[in-house]
Design a protein around this ligand. Structure first.
Ligand code: NAD
Length: 345
C-alpha cells in the first residue's frame, strides 16, 4: 500500500530536497506539502514536480502524488485538514535560526512551540503513528562537547529553547498517547537549494559567485559540523523507517567532522579557483556576540540504531553547492545576497 507523507515546510531548503528524494523512489509515495510560503516558494516545488493545490474540502482521502497546501501550522484547523489520510509526518516548518529568534522570541515560540503542538495534537487525533520533528543542535546550547543525546540541555537562544520544547512535547505525546516520534537534531545543513538561507556556507557562496570577499567575523576558529543536505535527507528516511513502537527517540544528525570557519573559507576559495580560475579574498572583521566557539556532535546513536552513515565529504559537497549557486546567480536577489552578517549557528 502507498505511504502518504505530510511534509510541513516542504517548499523550504530541506523540505524540497526531501520531496525530490521521495519522488526518486521506485514506488514514489503520496506527498502532501503544508507551507505558508513565508520563505519557501511554490516555484521551488514546481522545479521538481507538477503538483495540485487541493481545496480543504477535498482533503479527506489519501493524498494524490504531490499536493501543496498553502497554510500555516499555527492554524489548528488547517493542520487537522492537512493530516487527513497521512501515514508519516515530517515536521520541518519553522521560524528558523538563532538570530531571528533573538529579534522575535514570541513569534519564534508561536511557530516552533504552538505550531509543533498543533501538529502533534492533530496527529494524535488522526491516529498517525510516525512524526519526525526537525530539531537542532541549538536545543542543547552551551553544553559540554561533543553534544550527545545524553547531555543536559542548556539552550542559549529562544530558537534553541523552542526546539527543546518541541522535543519535550514529542516525548509527552509518545508517553501519554503512544505516538511514535523522533526528534532529529540537525547540525549545520548546507547544499544545493539553500539560496534563501543565511547560514555561513550560503553566505560565503553568495559572495563567492559574485567575486566578493568571504567575510569572517572574529578569529574564524569557531568550529562547526557541516552536513550535506542529501545525507540529512537520508537520515530522515532512515528515521521514517525505524521501528519505534510508539516510543520517542532523539538522534544527533551530523557528520562528526569538525571544521573551523577559517578552514571552510579556504576550502571554498580553492573550489572557486579550480572552477572559475578566479582568486577570492578572505577578509577578517571584528567578532559579533553570540557565536558559540565549538559545536560538534557524537553521532554514535544514529549510526547504531538508524544505520546512519553520512557519505558526502565537505569538499565534494561544497563543490556541488558552489555549482548550484553559480547556476542560480541570476535569481539571487539583493536581500538574499548581502545580509549584515553570516550566521554560524
Ligand atoms: N538548515 C539548517 O542548517 C538546519 C539546522 C538545524 C535545524 N534545522 C531545522 O530544519 C527545518 C527545515 O530547515 P530549512 O533549512 O529547510 O528551513 P527553511 O526556512 O528553508 O524552510 C522552512 C519552510 O517552512 C515554511 N514555514 C515557515 N513558517 C511556517 C508556518 N508557520 N507554517 C507553515 N510553513 C511555514 C517556510 O515558508 C519554509 O518553506 C527547520 O525546522 C529548521 O529549524 C535546519
Amino acid at each position: 500500500m502507498k505511504t502518504n507523507w505530510l511534509i510541513t515546510g516542504g517548499c523550504g531548503f530541506i523540505g524540497a530536497r526531501l520531496v525530490n528524494r521521495l519522488l526518486a523512489e521506485d514506488r514514489p509515495p503520496g506527498i502532501r506539502v503544508l507551507d505558508n510560503l513565508s520563505l519557501g516558494r511554490p516555484e521551488d516545488l514546481a522545479a521538481l514536480t507538477s503538483f495540485v493545490t487541493p481545496s480543504f474540502d477535498d482533503l479527506s482521502g489519501p493524498s494524490r502524488r504531490v499536493e501543496l497546501i498553502e497554510g500555516d501550522i499555527r492554524d489548528a484547523e488547517v493542520v487537522a485538514c492537512a493530516l487527513a489520510g497521512i501515514d508519516v509526518v515530517v515536521h520541518l516548518a519553522a521560524h528558523t535560526g538563532v538570530r531571528p529568534s533573538l529579534a522575535d522570541p514570541l513569534g519564534d515560540a508561536a511557530v516552533n512551540v504552538a505550531g509543533t503542538l498543533n501538529l502533534l495534537e492533530g496527529a494524535r487525533r488522526r491516529g498517525i503513528s510516525r512524526v519526525i520533528f526537525a530539531s537542532s543542535g541549538a536545543a542543547l546550547g552551551e553544553t559540554e562537547q561533543p553534544i550527545t543525546e545524553e547531555r543536559l540541555p542548556a539552550p542559549a537562544s529562544p530558537y534553541g529553547a523552542a526546539k527543546l520544547t518541541g522535543e519535550a512535547y514529542c516525548s509527552a505525546y509518545a508517553k501519554s498517547y503512544g505516538l511514535g516520534a523522533l526528534a532529529l537534531r540537525f547540525s549545520n545543513v548546507y547544499g544545493p537549494g539553500s539560496k534563501r538561507k543565511e547560514s555561513v556556507i550560503a553566505q560565503f557562496m553568495k559572495r563567492a559567485v559574485q567575486g566578493e570577499p568571504l567575510e569572517i567575523f572574529g578569529s574564524g576558529e569557531q568550529v562547526r559540523d557541516f552536513i550535506y543536505v542529501d545525507d540529512l535527507v537520508e537520515a530522515i528516511l532512515l528515521g521514517a523507517a525505524a521501528d519505534l513502537d510508539g516510543r520517542f527517540e532523539i538522534f544527533q544528525i551530523a557528520t562528526q567532522v569538525e571544521t573551523s570557519v577559517n578552514a571552510l573559507a579556504e576550502m571554498i576559495a580553492e573550489i572557486v579557483s579550480a572552477e572559475t580560475g578566479e582568486e577570492i579574498e578572505i577578509r577578517r572583521l571584528p567578532s559579533a556576540a553570540g557565536d558559540l566557539a565549538r559545536v560538534y556532535a557524537d553521532i554514535s546513536k544514529a549510526r547504531r540504531y538508524l544505520d546512519f552513515d553520512p557519505q558526502t565529504t565537505l569538499p565534494d559537497g561544497l563543490r556541488n553547492t558552489f555549482r548550484y549557486f553559480a547556476q542560480e546567480a541570476g535569481s539571487i536577489n539583493d536581500t538574499d545576497r548581502l545580509p549584515s552578517r553570516a550566521a554560524t549557528s
